[in-house]
Design a protein around this ligand. Structure first.
Ligand SMILES: Cc1cc2nc3c(=O)[nH]c(=O)nc-3n(C[C@H](O)[C@H](O)[C@H](O)COP(=O)(O)OP(=O)(O)OC[C@H]3O[C@@H](n4cnc5c(N)ncnc54)[C@H](O)[C@@H]3O)c2cc1C
Ligand SMILES: *[C@@H]1O[C@H](CO)[C@@H](O)[C@H](O)[C@H]1NC(C)=O
Ligand SMILES: *[C@@H]1O[C@H](CO)[C@@H](O)[C@H](O)[C@H]1NC(C)=O
Length: 522
């Protein structure tokens, strides 16, 4: 074992789990022009089958009405400025929106939406615009309602751990505020430097520590939202327990902006761990990854906070494309196992024990290291978090985010690798193993329709046949909406359509996304 036993991490690390820049760097360093060298093609050119809904056209009178609500400074009309709100983070989607509104308060959002509903103008809610399924940008001329100015932290209760914030607060900033009270945000993801809590809720983002702290469906105590009619839905309770009727806030969580605009949220924050340790292991088969995971659950139990795997292709991408160094030799798989706890001595003893058993178990880990200081901790995590960015360097990326029974997870990667042999630069598999969540990405120098035909719908059919989910955490957005029935029963989809119709009778809220395919059937 390279590092001598589990090392303690520097105390400052406990406040900033990674250097402040770590969450943001993937975004800042994102290759400027991956897909086509310049602007991505218009989404409507790529999806000519999608027709503009029967919405009104924006008029000067509408713009004046919006200026009266939010103030002229916060109505963006300039085409150059509007452009960045039309393009998604992956630079695969480009919409034709002409107007961006940047309200400051719930009342302003409500007045805007009320006007849009009355006039039948379509809108797209937008947070940090880091979503990966094309949900956050317009297709046609939908009006973008950006929550970026709604960025006040409203309260933090250090005793109960409840944090109440406006939707536009950036996740990393909230985490810093939480840290000052000995707390942490219950979710963490590579996009934390840009994504907003409202967007996190709207996508029900999972992230790196769902394994430990659970999903936002459990940690969100309350929320406030503006419904498509403009009415304000106040479910902003901070109670941990409240069994009075239907839990309507759950409808908004994961609704991808199709049922309303989330304006405030109350989140239950866990105590910030006093001790964080990170082990990095090299393994030679996927069975060994599964065995190591089982062992981690058994021997690290309540302190296990993340269990991520990286395959050799993904590791090669971060090494070749970003020049990062991997402290271990060549292996088929790598695993990051993180612990978070309250007693360093105790946690270290446990991690030691775990590593000892892993190394002594036949066919399990063959190599490994433990972060010795904050720098190594950040570096090891960057090997996982920067995979996204490294694959973009290859050129065009076909991304899939599926849930599968653990035994099937890597079979899908191998199956696709064979199917696409010779046609792609690489087939990379990695992800949140502890959550049964595989990220599967294929890259080609540029968009290749033949490759896409080989992947879709085959990959979704494969997942459906094993009762998996076609979207584990990124949502359906624009890109996966036509596959909703692969993961949901027909009648469940009909019920969703009824809910959508009830809350959004004119269909103005983020059209063409998520459950849109069923809308014309209603
Ligand atoms: C580098 C990187 C790593 C990522 N890692 C993960 C990960 O580990 N796990 C994971 O789950 N996701 C991950 N994601 C994707 C994830 O969905 C987003 O990063 C994040 O949750 C979206 O937040 P946002 O504020 O950027 O929302 P946006 O991208 O702006 O919007 C996403 C969707 O939510 C809607 N929306 C936004 N704000 C609101 C609101 N206030 N009310 C209603 N609807 C709204 C939009 O209309 C859109 O449909 C990653 C993305 C990147 C770029
Ligand atoms: C921390 O753990 C060690 C080892 O298990 C134990 O001896 C010690 O009492 C614990 N300290 C506290 C403060 O609980
Ligand atoms: C690959 O795709 C998954 C799922 O869409 C995504 O979460 C991840 O960021 C992508 N990874 C890379 C390396 O681009």
């Amino acid at each position: 074992f390279q590092a001598s036993r589990a090392a303690s991490l520097l105390p400052q690390l406990l406040l900033r789990r990674r250097p402040a820049s770590a969450g943001a760097f993937a975004l800042l360093a994102r290759p400027a022009s991956s897909a086509s060298g310049g602007l991505p093609p218009l989404t409507t050119e790529i999806h000519p089958g999608i027709k503009r809904g029967a919405f009104s056209q924006l008029t000067d009178a509408d713009v004046s009405a919006f200026e009266a609500i939010v103030g002229g400074d916060h109505v963006i009309k300039d085409a150059d400025e509007v452009l960045s709100y039309n393009i998604d983070w992956l630079r695969i989607c480009r919409g034709q929106g002409q107007l961006v509104l940047r309200p400051k308060t719930t009342e302003e959002v409500s007045a805007i939406v009320r006007h849009c509903n009355k006039r039948r103008l379509a809108v797209v809610p937008q947070g940090g615009n880091t979503g990966l399924v094309g949900g956050s940008v317009p297709l046609f001329d939908e009006i973008v309602i950006s929550t970026s100015r709604m960025n006040s932290l409203l309260s933090i209760d250090p005793v109960s751990g409840v944090l109440v914030a406006e939707a536009g607060c950036v996740l990393e900033q909230l985490d810093r505020e939480a840290a000052s009270q000995g707390l942490m945000m219950p979710l963490d993801l590579g996009a934390k430097g840009s994504c907003q809590i409202g967007g996190n809720l709207a996508t029900n983002a999972g992230g790196l520590r769902l394994l430990r702290y659970g999903s936002l469906r459990g940690t969100t105590l309350g929320l406030e939202a503006v419904l498509p009619t403009g009415q304000v839905l106040d479910c902003l309770t901070t109670l941990r327990k409240d069994n009075t009727g239907y839990d309507i806030k759950q409808l908004l969580i994961g609704s991808e902006g199709t049922l309303g605009i989330i304006t405030k949220a109350a989140i239950l924050c866990p105590a910030r761990p006093k001790s964080v340790q990170l082990a990095f292991l090299g393994l030679d088969s996927f069975q060994a990854v599964l065995d190591t995971y089982r062992l981690a659950r058994r021997s690290l139990g309540e302190i296990l906070s993340a269990f991520e795997f990286i395959d050799s292709e993904s590791m090669r991408a971060v090494k070749q494309n970003l020049g990062l160094s991997c402290p271990l030799g060549e292996h088929s798989f790598y695993v990051l196992a993180e612990t978070s706890g309250s007693n360093e001595t105790h946690d270290r003893e446990k991690l030691d024990g775990f590593i000892e058993s892993v190394m002594s178990m036949d066919g399990c880990a063959t190599d490994g290291t433990v972060a010795q200081d904050a720098g190594q901790f950040a570096h090891l995590w960057s090997l996982r978090e920067r995979i996204v960015e490294s694959l973009l360097v290859d050129g065009y990326e076909y991304k899939y985010d599926v849930s599968l029974p653990l035994a099937d997870i890597y079979r899908l990667v191998e199956h696709m690798r064979t199917r696409l042999d010779g046609r792609v630069i690489r087939t990379a598999g990695y992800g949140h193993l502890g959550d049964g969540n595989l990220h599967l990405n294929f890259t080609t120098p540029k968009f290749d329709a033949k490759v896409l035909e080989l992947i879709e719908p085959h990959v979704f059919d494969w997942v459906r046949d094993r009762r998996g989910s076609v979207s584990a955490e990124h949502g359906l957005g624009l890109k996966k909406s036509q596959y909703i029935r692969h993961s949901k029963a027909d009648f469940a989809v009909r019920v969703m359509a009824e809910v959508k119709r009830l809350l959004d009778p004119n269909g103005i809220m983020n059209p063409y996304k998520s459950i849109w395919i069923i809308w014309p059937l209603m």
